[in-house]
Design a protein around this ligand. Structure first.
Ligand code: ADP
Ligand code: MG
Length: 684
């Protein structure tokens, strides 16, 4: 097949010379599908084969390159015995061993009495040096192919170094000259490299192994740009023109004046920004980020009030039945004096009721529908849906957000709420397609949660404290990392702990964990909400969002096993009321330095945004949990900690090029990082 230069890099690997069906299958297992993927598969180290070793100075277990004369080939006629080739030179003797190799082939590459070059790992057996299945055997005239530093790639079954080299060498030789989308001036000014040089350097020098090297940084910059550019393009499409809207806010003003509290300045600011979106000619696609307990629900409901008053229907979705139900009850209370029809819909709603709801949504009798994912079934048709609010959406990826935006139609505003503060560097990579509102303060009467740490052996001191709390009608969370006692892990089990606590406080304790059915889980949470039990022992399954105004104490076992951000999320389950709340971090002896730091930070700060930054710093990007689903792990090369400056640079760069009419020239970049597919999603 003739390969056209222009599209060479985006051809299938099987179009390469010497790559058949089998090899292309193996390559694809390694995610090397297109020719450009060979370029993005960077070597992780080098093997020095450049120096010839004398046979009396070999080191067992090391790779050596030797120049020897072939003396004798031995092909035993007994099965399972290996073929043997005796070689020597003036410094000694060595045996080359082959299992499962054809005689004809070996005779060809080991010509008797000729000099050859062999490279491979040396072992010692029966008092002799041996080399088993050497990596390279070559004649003297081809020695330059072997005698050098050879790049080491991570390989899988079916591909060895020699085979892979034939692939990568071929591609590296044939890279077309790319017209660089960054431009010389930009490259120079920011101390980067041009693309073609970058790729060659990454494969032919040490630079790929140093993530701070110039060429590695250039690749990182490209990767970040591709990511940001995708989001920016998404944004451009999502934020389409919408129909002119009337905008009224009488109802919400009256609700605000009747609230038992004053809105915080963060809440007010959020409402201002949201209202501007509602009024504007482009649709809203906004995420409100506010720490647990910052009061996002009321912001959602006030937004909903405005949209309804302005003549639209609204949908308010929560991640679970129980949280949605809580929102529903609150909405009914808040809207009780307004003529707003509210309904509740989940997967469990019985058919008869559901059908009535569907009909009423369709003819516009329902103004506000609250529920779970069930709200987005295909069957559901709204008469005039104007606003979708989604609570606790941090598990949605880019693609899901896009789908969501599609569902409501072009005129529908979208508002997301999240209690997961994101470090600043990651903001753009996660939410670059959205407008972002941060609520950074909390209701003023709220007291700082007292955070204590305690070694586990002093657990007895806790029982009295709990007794007092229970007598004062307070409720307690007890969090353990695993469900069942594991022989291998030194974690406490929730089940075992439940038994212990139940003995001390009979009839007062509930247990909830990840392997319970959703229904059972929600039942237990309900019991806890209704104060039928005082202590809830749990693994980390309780999702954020549910308002437990009466839960005042949280005890976290093995707290050193949790990350900072997760501990903060867990802690946020208490202290939502106005009473003083306490968080006790239990730990086993011998805390690591890092664990001590984490505990110290938690004791000092209740600020989720600050904690998110510290978490990133302490744990490193690779270890951050909770971001897998959200797409942050999409970075193969970039590390927000180490390449912080490049993230900033890319942000500005992309904001500039997104205004560029000539943005087609960046398509290559998008294709390089497999973003083209996302971009082809039909218009929303
Ligand atoms: P989150 O931001 O985690 O979703 P919620 O909206 O559930 O927080 O609010 C937590 C609690 O704070 C609720 O009980 C709510 O009534 C209360 N709250 C919200 N805003 C204020 C405020 N401005 N002043 C006092 N309490 C507030
Ligand atoms: Mg909430």
């Amino acid at each position: 097949m003739i390969i056209q230069k222009k599209d060479y890099l985006f051809q299938d690997v099987k179009d390469l010379k010497g790559v058949g069906l089998q090899l292309s299958k193996y390559l694809k297992n390694k995610k090397i599908e297109k020719i450009k993927d060979v370029l993005l598969n960077l070597p992780y180290s080098e093997t020095d084969r450049s120096k010839l070793s004398s046979l009396d100075k070999l080191e067992v277990g090391k790779i050596h390159t030797i120049k020897v004369i072939v003396k004798k080939l031995i092909f035993p006629r007994i099965r399972n015995l290996p073929n043997k080739i005796i070689c020597e030179n003036e410094t000694g003797k060595i045996e080359i061993i082959y299992f499962n190799s054809r005689e004809g082939y070996l005779r060809k590459i080991f010509p008797i009495n000729k000099h050859i070059i062999i490279s491979g790992k040396v072992n010692f057996f029966n008092n002799k040096y041996q080399m088993t299945n050497p990596d390279y055997v070559t004649s003297l005239d081809k020695k330059d192919y072997v005698l050098k530093n050879i790049q080491k790639y991570s390989l899988t079954k079916g591909i060895n170094e020699k085979k892979y080299r034939s692939v990568s060498d071929q591609v590296l030789k044939n890279i077309p000259k790319i017209e660089d989308w960054l431009g010389d001036e930009f490259i120079k000014k920011n101390n980067l490299l041009d693309w073609n040089t970058t790729i060659i350097k990454l494969h032919k020098s040490e630079e790929s192994k140093n993530i701070k090297s110039k060429s590695y940084r250039r690749l990182v910059f490209d990767e970040i740009c591709a990511n940001f550019l995708t989001l920016s393009k998404n944004r451009k499409r999502i934020k389409s023109k919408k129909k002119n809207k009337i905008f009224l806010k009488k109802i919400s003003s009256s609700i605000i004046s009747n609230l038992p509290f004053k809105l915080t300045s963060g809440q007010k600011l959020a409402l201002d920004q949201i209202n501007n979106d509602l009024k504007s000619k482009t649709r809203m696609f906004r995420i409100v980020q506010g720490d647990v307990g910052s009061g996002k629900t009321i912001v959602s409901l006030l937004t909903i009030a405005n949209a309804i008053e302005s003549g639209y229907q609204c949908a308010f979705m929560g991640p679970t039945e129980i949280l949605s139900k809580q929102h529903f009850n609150l909405a009914k209370r808040i809207f009780n004096r307004c003529k707003i029809n509210i309904e509740f819909l989940t997967g469990k709603t019985e058919i008869k009721k559901k059908n009535i709801i569907l009909k009423k949504l369709n003819n516009g009798e329902i103004d506000l529908i609250i529920g779970t994912h069930a709200l987005f079934q295909k069957k559901i048709k709204f008469k005039k849906l104007g606003l979708v609010v989604i609570d606790e959406q941090h598990k949605f990826g880019v693609k899901q957000r896009l789908d969501l935006a599609k569902k409501g139609g072009k005129d529908c505003d979208v508002l997301l709420m999240s209690a997961t503060p994101i470090p600043r560097t990651m903001m753009m990579s996660l939410y670059g397609d959205m407008d972002i509102t941060k609520i950074t303060d909390k209701p003023s009467q709220r007291q700082k949660i007292i955070t204590l740490s305690k070694p586990e052996k002093k657990i007895n001191e806790i029982w009295n404290f709990l007794k007092k709390e229970i007598n004062n009608k307070n409720q307690i969370f007890w969090v353990c990392p695993l469900i069942e006692e594991s022989k291998f892990l030194d974690y406490s089990s929730a089940k075992k702990k439940f038994d212990i606590i139940e003995k001390k406080f009979p009839g007062c304790v509930g247990l909830i964990h990840g392997s319970l059915e959703k229904n059972e889980k929600e039942n237990i949470l309900k019991k806890f909400l209704e104060k039928k039990i005082s202590i809830l022992v749990s693994t980390t399954v309780i999702e954020v969002g549910i308002d437990f105004p009466n839960a005042n104490v949280i005890i976290i076992e093995n707290s050193n096993k949790f990350g900072l951000a997760q501990l903060h999320q867990l802690r946020g389950r208490v202290g939502r009321g106005n009473k003083q709340a306490t968080c006790i971090l239990l730990f086993k002896e011998n805390l690591s330095k890092n664990a001590i730091k984490r505990i110290k930070i938690l004791k000092e700060s209740n600020d989720g945004f600050f904690i998110a930054e510290e978490d990133l710093r302490l744990r490193g990007f690779g270890d951050l949990t909770g971001f897998q689903q959200s797409g942050i792990k999409n970075f193969r090369f970039a590390d927000p900690l180490i390449h912080d400056d490049l993230f900033k640079l890319a942000e500005n760069f992309v904001l500039n090029i997104i205004r560029d009419v000539n943005e087609k020239k960046y398509n290559f970049l998008l294709k390089l990082f497999d973003k083209a597919e996302i971009m082809n999603i039909e218009e929303v």
